[in-house]
Ligand binder design. Structure first.
Ligand SMILES: Cc1cc2nc3c(=O)[nH]c(=O)nc-3n(C[C@H](O)[C@H](O)[C@H](O)COP(=O)(O)OP(=O)(O)OC[C@H]3O[C@@H](n4cnc5c(N)ncnc54)[C@H](O)[C@@H]3O)c2cc1C
Length: 291
């Protein structure tokens, strides 16, 4: 099928793009890897596309002491390959490797996938796990920052207004002494995950657990974030029993059945992957604590 007719607009600044969005009620076109298929299937029929690919000032990856900031035009592949971003926050690359296939990562943007808010998307869950935020600009409200905890509202639904452009996202660095892991199961490599789990575990200077959290995908309407820090609290990194975390996760998720997996199978995967991801993140944290 072909898309319904639409106007095509090509702004060169963020302000111009915001003005066009407000005037047309159209949608932002970033990498087009999700929007164009939806339009071609006529599941979306925006009156206009505001193509931000020539907008200046939104192309950078900035690695600071506290966070990695990713501009709206940064492709998944560029962030995945960015060595300073990996050094600052290895979880970004660990999760990005599971986003679709290389060709889609070459074009699709990390900010676009976060705005798209697919509950099966990896990067929304990573943003939620790290306590990140989305920077938005609109003609009516100017600039604002939306916390990840408030951003994901439902499947393909976010707190971003229809007239707002996400100009970037901020992934805070985990505290010193933290390790991370991303694990998922999909039917074929590159497919959306049946279930995916990201974990961050933080150790103190004696290598005892002082914090832990997981975020899961494909088991709810939004990324499911669960703080499991008290399960491992004060346990030594090599003696921690994460099995209590699986009960917390089981209570928090609401997986559904589809042609790929039953709800029960997803529930089982969520438990197994949670345990493994926490163990992997704990092992990743240990060498990061100076002996
Ligand atoms: C075959 C296939 C497999 C895939 N597998 C996965 C997967 O396993 N995991 C995964 O996470 N993703 C997957 N994707 C989606 C991919 O990651 C997309 O790149 C991503 O979802 C959207 O990014 P985009 O830049 O292409 O956005 P677009 O398709 O251009 O836009 C998507 C939506 O976000 C809005 N939008 C985009 N950028 C902005 C912005 N800056 N401000 C405001 N609104 C904006 C658009 O208006 C649109 O509604 C897959 C896609 C395909 C085609």
């Amino acid at each position: 099928m072909k898309p319904a007719p639409f106007a095509y607009l090509l702004p060169s600044t963020v302000d111009e793009a915001a003005e066009m969005l407000a005037a047309t009620g159209g949608k932002v076109l970033a990498g087009g890897q999700s929007l164009i298929p939806l339009m071609s299937m006529r599941l979306a029929a925006p009156p206009a596309l505001v193509d931000i690919n020539r907008v200046g000032g939104i192309t950078d990856i900035e690695v600071g002491d506290d966070a990695v900031r990713v501009g709206a035009l940064v492709r998944h592949a560029a962030l995945e390959a960015h060595a300073p971003a990996y050094d600052a926050n290895p979880l970004l690359r660990r999760a990005l490797r599971h986003v679709a296939h290389a060709t889609i990562r070459n074009r699709g943007t990390t900010v676009g996938s976060i705005v798209h808010a697919d509950p099966a998307g990896e990067m929304p869950a990573v943003l939620r796990l790290l306590g990140g935020s989305v920077e938005a600009v609109s003609q009516a409200r100017g600039r604002r920052s939306i916390d990840a905890a408030d951003f994901f509202v439902g499947p393909l639904e976010s707190a971003l207004g229809e007239d707002e452009i996400a100009v970037g996202v901020v992934f805070p660095r985990p505290p010193a002494g933290s390790g991370s892991s991303w694990l998922e199961i999909s039917r074929r490599r590159g497919d959306y995950a049946l279930v995916g789990v990201g974990a961050v575990v933080t150790l103190d200077s004696d290598r005892n657990v002082i914090g832990a959290a997981v975020s899961l995908i494909s088991v709810g309407a939004t990324p499911v974030h669960v703080d499991v820090g008290h399960v491992g609290a004060d346990s030594a990194y090599d003696d921690v029993d994460w099995s209590g975390a699986t009960e917390l996760v089981d209570a928090a998720i609401s997986p559904e059945a589809d042609i790929h997996a039953t709800a029960d199978y997803r529930r089982h995967l969520a438990q197994v992957l949670t345990r493994r991801a926490l163990a992997e993140a704990t092992a990743d944290a240990a060498p990061r604590v100076a002996a």
